[in-house]
Ligand binder design. Structure first.
Ligand code: HAM
Length: 441
């Protein structure tokens, strides 16, 4: 039979890769804990309708969807946010607010094969529900930065680009562009960096009409070039619709609060005003943000934003909400490129070198040591001592305990400290105390 191959876009986690996976999860759990977030999870398989409602066309096209044996239309989760919104909607009345939850789990998207994109990847999601002001974004962006900095990445490695869908809506309103047309324009802006100028111009023409396309494109280019609040204010002042202008100015007050708080929490060098980020997902309503490597060589490390309408859409109360997700794929690529992947060795504490007829006392010692929390390994088959000492060195053990026939006959075993290169004989009855002495030292 032909060997059955791994599906494209899926990964095997051999122990070495799994150690990294566990390392990611350990770090994310730590930083989430430091920010007072609680861990949750949901099912990987959901009713298809959950993702049809509001994730947006792109994600809908990428769904792993099928009909189950009970004739239900189902899909593997492509992201965590709809599940979270469904869970919060179901229990909203009894949840302590603000709800600050995080989750680490696999997501599935039938993506085209490309760098940084797989069909099954892990996300660290963090969401904060119940706070309508930018305090929520400050806390989330702080956690996002921490979840990257904890791997040794600095402001020279990554940057969090912050944008505002509400500002965009008002900006387009001041030019008489609303509803579906406005959404269409944002779709074009979302692809601005990836498409050629001609393709962008053509796509914009198809949305707003040929006559309006050129001046609008110029205004859009000016807006996406903005890097500080002063420039944003100047642009907000241009327009024809007074109501929308007022609304844009109100947004600027929130921007000022957000940026001042981010500065105060020590993230001034990590964040950047950048209206070029609009986010593909359809549920975002306000501030949105994405984390990128500074050199722009990789795809987004993380993305998120505010989605105030989603919990209500899933039958819950009207509840303000915001959140983000970091993906493991791009993060690993970036850490590898910067030489920041940690050496993750899995070592035992003690290796038992066992002679032909001394298995029993060695097994007794192994059980006693394991019962006291020491990681213990020994050769399953008795072999030469040379081979066993080699295995002891490869196991990363600090101590090698020799249970040879001579030693056993005298009621002792040899304790060798492989790092310090010292050796002593101890009575079998005091093996535990001798081992403990080495690890306390
Ligand atoms: P997203 O931007 O679709 O947002 O995904 C967040 C991150 O997941 C991306 O920046 C990327 O690192 C990673 N990612 C996405 N797709 C793939 C893929 N095919 N392969 C590898 N990595 C991928 C969301 O998923 C939102 N639900 C985030 C959120 C949480 N918004 C509010 N709360």
């Amino acid at each position: 039979m032909e060997p059955v191959r791994l599906l494209p876009g899926f990964r095997d986690f051999y122990p070495e890769a799994f150690r990294l996976r566990r390392h990611f999860a350990t770090i994310w759990r730590q930083v989430a804990g430091l920010h007072g977030f609680s861990e949750y999870d949901g099912p990987v398989l959901e009713a298809l309708d959950l993702f049809r409602k509001k994730s947006g066309e792109e994600i809908e096209r990428q769904l792993f969807a099928f009909t189950d044996k009970g004739d239900r239309a189902v899909a593997l989760r492509p992201e965590m946010t709809p599940t979270l919104a469904r869970m919060v909607a179901a229990k909203a009345a009894s949840l302590r607010r603000p709800v600050k939850w995080f989750s680490i789990g696999d997501q599935f998207r039938y993506e085209r094969q490309q760098k940084g994109r797989l069909r099954c990847f892990t996300q660290f999601n963090a969401d904060l529900l119940g706070e309508e002001g930018p305090a929520a974004e400050v806390e989330l962006i702080s956690l996002l930065a921490a979840s990257l900095r904890a791997f040794g990445l600095t402001e020279e490695d990554f940057c969090i680009r912050i944008s505002d869908r509400t500002f965009w809506i008002h900006f387009l309103e001041t030019r008489g562009i609303t509803g579906e047309t406005a959404r269409g324009v944002l779709g074009v802006v979302d692809k601005l960096e990836r498409e050629s100028p001609e393709a962008t111009r053509q796509a914009l023409g198809a949305v707003v009409g040929e006559a309006a396309a050129d001046p609008l494109l110029e205004a859009i280019r000016r807006l996406v070039a903005v890097r500080d609040l002063g420039e944003l204010e100047a642009i907000a002042g241009n327009g024809v619709d007074a109501g929308a202008l007022g609304a844009a100015r109100e947004r600027l007050a929130l921007w000022a609060e957000l940026m001042a708080d981010l500065e105060a929490i020590g993230l001034g060098d990590f964040v950047q005003v950048d209206l070029g980020v609009v986010r593909g997902l359809a549920y975002y309503t306000g501030f949105v943000f994405e984390a990128f490597d500074r050199k722009g060589a990789f795809r987004a490390l993380a993305g998120g934003g505010r989605y105030d309408g989603l919990v209500e859409l899933f039958g819950g109360p009207s509840l303000p909400a915001a959140g983000f997700a970091v993906g493991d794929v791009v993060l690993e690529e970036l850490l590898r490129e910067r030489g920041k992947l940690p050496p993750l060795v899995e070592a035992v504490d003690v290796y038992l070198v066992v002679g032909e007829n001394s298995r029993r006392p060695a097994l007794e010692a192994a059980a006693a040591l394991r019962a006291h929390g020491y990681r213990v390994e020994y050769a399953l088959k008795a072999g030469g001592f040379g081979k066993q000492f080699k295995a002891a060195a490869q196991s990363g053990a600090r101590l090698a305990l020799t249970f040879g026939p001579d030693e056993i006959a005298r009621g002792v075993c040899k304790v060798k400290d492989l790092a310090a290169r010292t050796e002593e004989e101890v009575p079998l009855a005091s093996v535990l105390t001798a081992v403990a002495r080495h690890f306390q030292a």
